[in-house]
Design a protein around this ligand. Structure first.
Ligand SMILES: Cc1ncc(COP(=O)(O)OP(=O)(O)O)c(N)n1
Ligand code: 3NM
Ligand code: MG
Length: 209
């Protein structure tokens, strides 16, 4: 599977009040290729229910669901996982989920973390945050130069995250990002129709000339 395009990430605040499914469906309709379910609560029953609903939506749109932080939930659903530096072992997740699963890794702004992630079987390596992030303002900063270095060094797909907007995404793609991961610039919209419009605009940035 080619990992390229818009990587939409859910947000519990922005998608509260019944917006989760309609807004995610709009993002998928607009062309998002990967969808990450990112929910930091410990309500396991709701998390399972929501993740199952998102898996059904992803299947309908030919997109891929990734669960943030929780390899066990990913295994239960038969989908991929994204792990940060304190979210558990990448190799254990790879062993649990199998060779075909997408296992993504946060590498902040460090090529050494990416080397390690690739050794442990990561499917993609994620760097960030590249710009000021509404969602995670305290995330360590990464530079466009780092992105170029990562692009030159690794054959794995590179995800750029953190403050990505329609205005700054082109320079990330030009410097080697295969996927742009977006929360606020996608899901802060005031309607599902606006989410679909934004998703379509992000997706069009990846169209081959
Ligand atoms: C695609 C992608 N990249 C980075 C992150 C951040 O992961 P992490 O550092 O574990 O932080 P949390 O998202 O868990 O708060 C991500 N989720 N997705
Ligand atoms: C979840 C997350 N991780 C980051 C990192 O740098 O690792 S930045 C981030 C938030 C991304 O949301 P927004 O598109 O609203 O900035
Ligand atoms: Mg995490």
């Amino acid at each position: 599977m080619k990992l390229r395009g818009l990587y939409a990430i859910t947000d519990s605040q922005l998608l509260a009040d019944g917006k989760l499914l309609p807004y995610v469906e709009a993002a998928l309709d607009g062309g998002a290729r990967l969808l990450q379910y990112r929910d930091k609560s410990d309500d396991d029953a709701r998390r399972l229910r929501e993740a199952e609903a998102l898996r059904a939506l992803c299947e309908r749109y030919g997109a891929t669901l990734i669960i943030n932080d929780d390899a066990e939930l990913a295994a239960r659903l038969g989908v991929g996982v994204h792990l940060g530096q304190t979210d558990g072992s990448l190799s254990a997740a790879r062993a649990l989920l199998g060779r075909q699963a997408i296992v993504g890794a946060t590498c902040h702004a460090q090529l050494e973390l990416a080397e390690q992630a690739v050794r442990e079987g990561a499917s993609y390596i994620a760097f960030g945050r590249f710009f000021q992030s509404n969602t995670k303002p305290g995330a360590p900063a990464a530079t466009l130069e780092l992105l170029e270095q990562a692009h030159a060094r690794f054959s794995q797909p590179i995800v750029a995250i953190g403050g990505v907007t329609l205005e700054n995404a082109p320079e990330l793609i030009a410097r080697g990002a295969s996927l742009v991961a977006v929360i606020h610039a996608l899901f802060s919209a005031s309607s599902a129709a606006e989410v679909a419009k934004r998703a379509r605009a992000f997706s069009e940035l990846f169209a081959t000339p």
